[in-house]
Write a new protein. Structure first.
Length: 152
């Protein structure tokens, strides 16, 4: 009987080991499937991140090009204003500009200054007169105007 008990014990031990191996094999398959699913989700997330990155970079580049276009428009408007200074028989004494402001010191007679101010108020829509000063010196007037870009 002792031999039978040893055989039964060995057989039950073998079945137990087979059961453990079988359960481990099934569990490893589940783990492999979960790993593949997670890798697929990671690749989808990477793709989504790349898409968002591309959208963001295109938006940034569009904003940069719009600001560059605004700067070009400001430069064109400044050139047009300087051309009108000569048309209205005004003498440009000093000129300074930044990305948002344009400062002009001019000299001329009253009617020239009045016509130039009328031009600035009616023709140049994006620039607004912020500061305006006139000083009289014998027969001529000194005129200071500060314009600011409303778009920025």
């Amino acid at each position: 009987m002792i031999i039978n008990q040893k055989k039964i014990f060995k057989i039950s031990l073998i079945f137990l080991l087979l059961f453990l191996l079988l359960s481990q094999g099934l569990k490893s398959r589940e783990i492999i499937k979960e790993k593949e699913i997670m890798q697929y989700k990671i690749s989808e997330q990477k793709q989504q991140n790349n898409n968002l990155k591309n959208e963001y970079s295109t938006k940034i580049s569009m904003r940069n090009s719009e600001s560059d276009n605004q700067l070009i428009n400001i430069k064109e408007k400044t050139a047009a204003i300087l051309a009108k200074v000569q048309k209205y028989d005004l003498i440009l004494i000093d000129f300074s500009s930044t990305e948002t402001e344009l400062n002009l010191n001019l000299e001329g007679n009253f009617h020239s200054i009045l016509n130039f101010v009328y031009y600035l108020e009616n023709s140049i829509e994006s620039l607004k007169i912020i500061e305006f000063k006139i000083k009289k010196n014998k027969d001529t007037l000194f005129f200071f105007v500060k314009l600011k870009n409303e778009l920025i």
